[in-house]
Write a new protein. Structure first.
Length: 191
């Protein structure tokens, strides 16, 4: 088992990364290693909906940006996939949605490679927009036929300034419980 967490934030070491790192710590403590990818360091161009991935069926996208193919291959190899985004004007970041759109198309074109993987989204908001953003990201997991466990509340943390989300005790405990449920589910499925 291995996990992959993808931060859609433009801020390195920001609140979204903090929340994803908490998930990765819980998984690591349970013996599931993980990796964090920052889209701020590896931007991905948006999908052009050309449909070439459905014709080629070779797990590649016709667009030639190395960042996408490297990340997509890590997504395919992971057993647990986490994505995180801050709320930008009421929705997930364009960087993250670009990645998910392309990975979704290529993955579905190649036998739905994400089917029955475990995972889910986490969201950080300054004040509002978190419910829509969480739903937006959750829709991707659902259409990819993935298994997403619940938690004690929605996987949302609040904070604007760097590190401020760590002061949101309820949000951090909710995300921690979500990661614990991923561990529990992974163990049940691999028993």
């Amino acid at each position: 088992m291995k996990a992959l967490a993808i931060s859609g934030s433009a801020r390195v070491n920001g609140n979204t990364e903090n929340v994803l790192n908490i998930c990765l710590e819980v998984l690591s403590d349970a013996g599931i290693p993980g990796e964090l990818i920052r889209l701020a360091a590896s931007p991905v161009r948006p999908c052009t909906a050309c449909g070439t991935c459905f014709k080629r069926k070779d797990n590649t996208c016709i667009q030639q940006d190395d960042a996408f193919h490297d990340i997509y291959n890590k997504m395919r190899e992971a057993d647990i996939l986490l994505v995180g985004s801050p709320v930008y004007f009421g929705s997930a970041t364009a960087d993250l949605t670009a990645l998910l759109d392309r990975a979704g198309y290529v993955g579905r074109a190649n036998g739905n490679v994400f089917s029955r993987k475990l995972g889910g989204p986490v969201v950080v908001a300054r004040r509002a927009g978190q419910n829509f953003t969480l739903a937006q990201l959750l829709f991707w997991f659902m259409i990819m036929d993935m298994i997403v466990p619940g938690s004690s509340y929605w996987n949302v943390g609040f904070g604007r300034a760097q590190g401020e989300v760590l002061e949101d005790t309820e949000g951090i405990e909710t995300v921690r419980h979500f990661a614990e449920n991923l561990v529990w589910l992974a163990r049940k499925l691999n028993a």
